[in-house]
Ligand binder design. Structure first.
Ligand code: HEM
Ligand code: HEM
Ligand code: SF4
Ligand code: SF4
Length: 395
């Protein structure tokens, strides 16, 4: 499909609505389907994962399509996209697709083509040594990390996305290229608690978090913000209208009420809150979105805060590894991380991962009551014995 070169140069800034095209919507997906996918659409009978990163789908017509899934950094240059296109031209008649976790999939219709394609992909590296197209991301392993903009483009982040994802992915690379876990582990990342993406529903989630209240720029706030919107943005009612002694219309923030969500800054640019020492990373665990065996679950906070230790986030990487290793050692086949934690009990989750349980983890927001334990059923853990000892009880 050629670009609409005939339309270039038609934009006239003096008459912006002239020749304006609008509401065309996306291209219909059908025109980008490889012929083998078009011919077998809705007729697939089964699929197999031949090895990590390689799938085969078999149709009732007898056709087979082999898929090679490769990791990608999501943020990519046009130069890289052109290289993807070159590969697709060489092996896949010009067809290629991206997955919902931003992996790249190349589809071929024969084993010969598959072998040649695999070999080519495995040999492509950036000058610095990283694989350009690492094959993997299927089955009970760890696929790509769904992530956000970070310091590359957004104005509300509390941490960076691409660098953290690269640091964590380097550590988890062996799981991208293998399928040895009890079930798939979805890792996702968001740089503020707007949670663009999937952190609230992933097995392991990394989340940017502030720890200081916003600063109020009294002199400009009334000029640049709709003050009632800023007041209404606060989930805990910490913001109220105010007037300074100089007569500026402004807001005041009850600091002991604020929990640093940053929502008011999203509404009002005169309330910035990012802070080098305050900002950092919260880790959540145990979410899922499929309905397999158990219902979908939200992920739960298990590490309240870790420092933004750029560029490799060693503390974050270490905590992720702790969670993964405890899960791998303890979970049954097919058990997602959240299923495992709920089966053994969260008190055991903390014992087995070695993560510290602190008061930050106890819900105190509106519907919090239901998250506490209204039962005598629990297991004694090392931490529980410790607390008992401190309180003068049995050790
Ligand atoms: C027959 C229909 C469907 C097929 C064949 C299908 C297939 C897939 C596949 C292969 C993936 C994994 C992609 C990857 O790992 O990169 C995926 C992921 C996903 N699909 Fe579907 N899907 C279907 C229907 C749906 C529907 C109806 C929804 C939502 C209502 C949905 C939501 C998702 C989501 C949210 C993910 C990401 C999962 C994750 O990251 O854990 N899918 N789907
Ligand atoms: C309390 C508020 C929220 C609730 C109850 C909620 C609920 C859910 C549920 C149940 C799913 C799974 C859907 C499925 O399985 O098909 C989901 C997925 C998703 N949510 Fe939310 N959500 C909330 C807030 C947000 C926010 C604030 C964002 C982003 C700004 C967001 C973005 C997404 C995305 C992108 C997915 C798909 C994940 C994937 O593809 O893997 N959600 N949400
Ligand atoms: S998660 Fe927050 S900081 Fe990150 S891209 Fe989304 S809105 Fe911006
Ligand atoms: S950061 Fe969040 S909690 Fe704090 S004042 Fe703003 S909206 Fe309210």
């Amino acid at each position: 499909m050629a670009l609409s070169l005939d339309r270039l140069g038609l934009y006239d800034p003096k008459d912006p609505l002239k020749d304006r095209l609008t509401d065309l919507g996306p291209r219909h997906f059908w025109q980008y389907f490889p012929p083998i996918i078009q011919n077998n659409y809705g007729r697939w009978i089964y699929h197999d994962v031949l090895e990590p990163g390689i799938l085969v789908h078999v149709s009732e017509t007898g056709d087979k399509v082999y898929t090679v899934r490769c990791g990608a950094a999501r943020f990519m240059t046009v130069q890289h996209v052109r290289e993807i296109c070159d590969i697709a031209d060489q092996y896949c008649e010009g067809y290629v697709r991206f997955t919902t976790r931003n992996n790249i999939e190349f589809l071929v219709d024969s084993l010969d083509k598959l072998e040649a394609l695999k070999k080519d992909l495995a040999n492509r590296k950036f000058v610095s040594g990283s694989y350009k197209f690492p094959i993997g991301g299927t089955g009970a392993g760890i696929s790509n990390i769904v992530h956000t903009q970070g310091y590359i483009h957004c104005h509300t982040p509390a941490t960076d996305a691409s660098s953290m994802v690269k640091a964590v992915s380097d550590e988890l690379f062996k799981y991208f290229q293998s399928m040895t876990l009890p079930a798939k582990v979805r890792v996702s990342m968001a740089c503020c608690l707007n949670m663009c993406g999937a952190v609230h529903c992933s097995d392991i989630a990394l989340l940017g978090n502030h720890r200081k209240p916003p600063i109020v720029d009294h002199k400009v706030i009334d000029k640049v913000c709709e003050i009632p919107l800023a007041i209404a943005a606060c989930p805990v009612g910490a913001i109220s209208p105010d007037k300074t002694s100089e007569g500026y219309k402004t807001v005041k923030i009850k600091k002991e009420r604020c929990m640093f969500c940053g929502n008011c800054y999203t509404m009002c640019q005169a309330l910035p809150l990012s802070d080098k020492e305050g900002d950092g990373v919260t880790i959540l665990a145990g979410g899922k979105i499929s309905n397999r065996v158990s219902m979908p679950k939200f992920s739960k906070v298990v590490v309240p805060w870790l420092p933004n230790n750029f560029p490799r986030f060693p503390e974050v990487v270490e905590a992720v590894v702790k969670i993964l290793e405890a899960y791998t050692a303890g979970a049954n086949k097919y058990e997602r991380l959240g299923d495992w934690a709920e089966r053994i009990g969260w008190e055991k989750f903390f014992e087995k991962t070695g993560l510290e349980f602190t008061d930050h983890l106890i819900d105190d927001y509106r519907l919090a009551y239901d998250t506490w334990r209204t039962s005598t059923q629990f297991k004694y853990t090392t931490a529980a014995w410790g607390t008992s000892g401190i309180a003068g009880g049995i050790e």
